[in-house]
Design a protein around this ligand. Structure first.
Ligand code: ATP
Length: 407
């Protein structure tokens, strides 16, 4: 069977992945076999998410009726039902669901009724609490098919420590990064000297290590020194796979969806209030604004060097008329020049225009020239891929250390 759960936490606490870790232990206690634990990120632009729009699914051998009862009891016990925005959903299905619903949930927006209709058709057991929105994520998680997959080990805090400052040894995190990158990533941000894998929210997570395989994240996890910890859970995930991206056509971008879009830089990048950098790209008659927000830090210094005429592939979510950049490919660089009146070789002074299409003339000696002086602006950028730093990376964004996209 597959068990899916979503929407159990609130900004004040809990985490669906922790609830899943507790459930796993309860199912094992009932002699059930856990074959796989999945952490599935869905459309990052859903505004009613708590944090990272995660749902979980478990592939389990055992009695489905019993597993459903235990999962529902665990949600009743641990989820933060007092929060208006917490609307849990639990699904247990003995047949595989069409992965189309997962693909829609990770790239687009779904309705609760769509999920319910899929569950009814499959004869699944399910329960939704309050407005039942969690059934969307729970259904998408059990329907998920992870063509590309990564791993994360989540280490949780002991309940008596929840809400207190976390104690994770900083040096051990930087040592782990240097020993295991690029097989693990986003433990720390070395360029910005920031710890990335330890959250600051009041949830049960102590830290999470992301990487290419269970073996690599487990090896990295062993290197980290911290406060006495509670339970831990290894998940396979769609994190770091770009599963949210669609091939975009500039004229047809939809609010809240994420794209890769090719275009030619139209306006030079401008740094606005708050340090956010914006520029436009065009494709035919259509133009779209691209944003590199202040939290993307050093990525902005790449963006600021773009010039009108450069061809780029912008990658990110389309929100309020802008593509919020997660990464960018500079496909080709424009030859950029400045055109100025030529010098009079006799007087060593710049000539002035003699009228439209009439060339240039020296005011002093009346010498004439047909062509202007053309100076090439040296290009500081190189073509290729550039990405936001780990501190600004979204869960689903594929880091370049996993390989550059083939588009
Ligand atoms: P956490 O990851 O910390 O558990 P969260 O950020 O995952 O929290 P949730 O509390 O799960 O946020 O809220 C997300 C809600 O949005 C869930 O009810 C989920 O079912 C729903 N949802 C997820 N993806 C979509 C989608 N594509 N369209 C509509 N609703 C969605």
């Amino acid at each position: 069977m597959l068990i899916g759960i979503d929407d159990t936490d609130s900004p004040q606490g809990m985490c669906t992945t922790y609830l899943g870790a507790v459930l796993v232990r309860r199912l094992i206690h009932e002699h059930m076999q856990i074959k796989e634990a999945r952490l599935v990120r869905l459309n990052p632009n859903v505004t009613w998410k708590t944090r990272g729009n995660a749902a979980i699914a478990f592939e389990v051998d055992g009695d489905p009726g019993r597993a459903f009862a235990i999962a529902c009891a665990t949600v009743e016990e641990l989820s933060d039902l007092s929060c208006g925005n917490t609307n849990p959903g639990v699904v247990v299905t003995e047949t595989r669901l069409d992965p189309a619903f997962y693909y829609k949930a990770v790239t687009d927006f779904c309705e609760i009724d769509e999920a319910v209709s899929i569950l009814d058709t499959a004869g699944a057991r399910y329960q939704g609490w309050k407005n039942r929105r969690g059934l969307i994520g729970a259904t998408a998680a059990v329907a998920s098919e992870l063509e590309d997959r990564t791993s994360e080990i989540l280490v949780y805090r002991r309940p008596e420590r929840w809400g207190t400052p976390r104690e994770v040894d900083r040096d051990s995190l930087f040592a782990t990064e240097s020993a295991t990158f690029p097989h693990t990533w986003d433990t720390v941000d070395t360029v910005n000297n920031v710890v990335v894998c330890v959250p600051h929210t009041p949830d049960p997570v102590l830290f999470g290590i992301r990487g290419e395989s269970p073996a690599w994240v487990m090896a990295a996890r062993q290197m980290i020194q911290s406060e006495p910890h509670g339970i831990e859970q290894l998940y396979v995930t769609n994190q770091g796979t770009d599963a949210h991206l669609l091939a975009g056509i500039m004229a047809e971008l939809c609010e809240g969806l994420s794209y890769r879009v090719q275009g030619i830089v139209g306006s030079a990048p401008v740094t606005g209030t708050g340090g956010h950098v914006s520029f436009s790209i065009s494709e035919g008659n259509h133009t779209v604004r691209c944003m590199a927000y202040e939290p993307t830090k050093n990525f902005r210094s790449i963006i600021r060097q773009l010039l009108p005429g450069d061809t780029v592939i912008a990658v990110g979510s389309f929100k309020k008329g802008s593509i919020n950049l997660e990464k960018i490919r500079i496909v080709s660089l424009a030859r950029s020049t400045i055109t100025r009146p030529p010098f009079c070789t006799a007087c060593n002074k710049r000539m002035t225009s003699d009228g439209k299409n009439k060339g240039w003339k020296c005011k002093k000696c009346d010498a004439r020239a047909a062509d202007p002086e053309i100076e090439e602006i040296p290009q500081t950028l190189e073509t290729g891929w550039y990405e936001v730093p780990p501190t600004a990376r979204r869960h689903l964004a594929k880091p370049l250390c996993r390989g550059e996209p083939e588009y």
